[in-house]
Design a protein around this ligand. Structure first.
Ligand code: SF4
Length: 312
């Protein structure tokens, strides 16, 4: 297993100039969400294809302001009783563990989130007190940013503290780092997750089968005691096609990962060009259901401001 992830994390394309030089193109511009692409991901992109589905997720696009889009579409801050903790659903809480991501996805709904005021690590004592006083909470979700941008040591400390809360049974980790920088799945991390006393669920974020590298396959298979699920975002020009989505589901399943959610786009300003309208999304999802076994069809969902996820 490659244990040099911190070196790889520094090996990242940042800003339009370095990206245009790497891809020998002029399509990157510094506007909106700053560009950040790890080399492990950049090397999977076909440099000769301006429509490459991985490239489209990280390249900037001309601004097309559209009504209904805003800087903070989910208003997460309304559901933060304690800084760094989001409590939308009765049985589970989400911790903002890091502001850092290995990659900047141009459709990200948290690109304008106020991370400075919401750091679960520095505010952990208050968070622990909150969780301990709410015995209906049985699951903690580590999110961010990306929780895997924390070091193995910091993650081990945090998970160790969560394991001590008797009514917490499940630990869920949402990560895009796992697929865009597979070197992040270190031997130490594998050991930590495989041996936790909690039921660990790792939710990867993969949008297209081209993201599934050999390094990722090798690393993910080592997580033998972890439930593996995937969530994707439905993105125009990237994966809004039955063949693309069915290949993704089948390839994920070969790696032991179940397709879990297919999210409709959260309407964040700057991501207008990724929007697939509801009607088209529902039709596509229905077609996917005809093509795949039921367990390979992700649930089509939309996150709402209100305390519920809507299934379509
Ligand atoms: S990795 Fe997740 S949190 Fe980070 S930019 Fe991408 S979608 Fe947003």
């Amino acid at each position: 297993m490659n244990n040099n992830w911190q070196h790889n994390a520094r090996n990242t394309l940042k800003g339009a100039d370095s990206c245009n030089a790497f891809f020998q193109s002029q399509q990157f511009q510094d506007q909106g969400f700053p560009i950040k692409i790890p080399l492990e991901f950049a090397n999977l992109i076909d440099k000769d294809n301006p429509d490459d589905p991985l490239l489209k997720q990280v390249a900037s696009a001309p601004i097309q302001a559209q009504s209904g889009f805003s800087t903070e579409p989910l208003e997460d801050e309304k559901y933060t009783p304690v800084a760094g903790l989001v409590h939308k659903y009765p049985n589970r809480v989400l911790l903002i563990t890091s502001r850092v991501c290995a990659i900047h996805c141009q459709y990200c709904f948290r690109q304008n989130f106020n991370y400075t005021e919401h750091d679960a690590i520095s505010n952990y004592l208050a968070i622990e007190e909150y969780i301990c006083s709410h015995s209906q909470i049985n699951e903690v979700i580590l999110s961010g940013g990306d929780p895997l941008s924390l070091s193995d040591e910091k993650l081990a400390q945090l998970i160790g503290k969560i394991e001590k809360i008797s009514h917490i049974k499940n630990l869920r980790i949402h990560t895009r780092s796992a697929v865009v920088t597979p070197s992040r799945i270190t031997t130490k991390l594998i050991k930590l997750l495989n041996h936790s006393t909690l039921n660990v669920v790792l939710v990867t974020h993969v949008n297209h089968a081209n993201e599934l590298s050999n390094d990722f396959a090798k690393a993910i298979r080592a997580l033998s005691n972890v439930t593996l699920l995937n969530q994707s975002v439905l993105l125009k020009g990237v994966n809004d096609c039955v063949l693309t989505l069915s290949k993704l589901s089948m390839d994920l399943f070969e790696l032991g990962i179940l397709p879990y959610y297919l999210h409709l786009l959260d309407k964040v300003s700057g991501a207008e060009h990724f929007l697939v309208e509801d009607e088209a999304a529902i039709k596509l999802h229905r077609e996917l259901g005809k093509k795949l076994s039921g367990y390979l069809v992700p649930r089509l969902v939309r996150d709402e401001n209100l305390a519920a996820k809507t299934w379509l």
